[in-house]
Write a protein that binds this ligand. Sequence first.
Ligand code: CO8
Length: 372
Amino acid sequence: QSIAITGTGVFTPPEGIDNDALVASFNAYVDLFNREHEGQIDLGHIEPLAYSSSEFIEKASGIKHRYVMVKDGILDPEIMMPLIPERPADALSLQGEMGVLAAQEALANAGLQPSDIDLVIVACAYTQRAYPAMAIEIQQALGTSGFGFDMQVACSSATFGLAAAKGLIAQGSARRALVICPEICSAQVNYRDRDSHFIFGDVATAMVVEPLAGSRSHQSFEILGHRCVTQYSNNIRSNFGFLNRCDPATAYDADKLFHQQGRKVFKELLPMIYSHLDSQFADAGLTPEAMKRLWLHQANINMNQFVVKKLLGDDVSADTAPVVLDRYANTASAGSVIALHQHREGLGSGDLGLLCSFGAGYSIGSFILRAV
Ligand code: CO8
């Protein structure tokens, strides 16, 4: 049976931060640090910190702005993290709330009610707790039936989640699924790190996945094929985890936040993406030129331009490979789904497109979709 994405939704957080505001706060932190460590710096025992710049950020990444769930604290050079009050156990969690809002839009676009769904997969870079699963909380909040579970594959969580949903529907374990990616990346950003303080933003996305036959959606994307691959690398890493508190001396060290060797990632991941897509297209009996739209992972504009050029050559219009990272920044797993949701118009029935994630792990997940 043909399985399709029959509805998508995006919840955009209420607050935004542009590069200039972020850089002003980072540079105020640099001044504070260098003043505080003046003696050590003068003796040559430590290096002074260097300023960040909006020009660098836009040129190196394409990012101009990011949304965050909670702005309070992020721009304060004495704090430099979002101050997110803990909610009581009987209240809907922050990540649950984002997920529900994205899911409701996806359900409306699919022409479905929560009771039509019997599988919820929450797939994202971090879940705010281990159990009960975020998916089960969202199942309860929405009023869906069946079962739910969480999965984490960093930037490829959405595509791997989509693959899991498709497989479970195909084997008869579920009728219809929601794949929800509530990403609160701001909580894992090291806003004191010049190399990465600008990279991430928050968002939630949702996709309804179901058999095409009987779908009530006005706009669906049939899944023609997909391919997932992983290959271990330490070049994008966070050591945050449930064992942190068992070593109190290191529990709050900077390695517990996102950190990466951005240049190495660039160099190693691109060839992996090229060969992955080459073999996927060859096996599907298709050429990249058959793709009318590329909904690519949104981590870095230069990286995306390399992928687009490799697939389609030089003369590619902006709407063929839509960019959302200028406003949303890197939103881990959600970026390619935001692109799909916001740039799904203008395709004729039968037109093909590629939904593709790549990132930490390393991991790549790619779907060839046909507009219905
Ligand atoms: N302001 C001014 N100058 C700077 C800054 C700054 N903020 N930062 C670095 N510089 C300087 C450097 O010091 C360097 O100076 P010099 O040449 O004198 O040594 C110069 O600028 C160039 O630095 P880089 O070589 O580091 O700069 P790049 O051009 O490589 O750009 C990027 C850096 C933007 C990080 C780029 O390498 C990149 O984006 N690479 C791809 C990485 C990628 O895609 N990573 C994926 C990560 S996302 C993911 O997998 C999800 C993880 C899970 C979610 C996490 C949620 C938090």
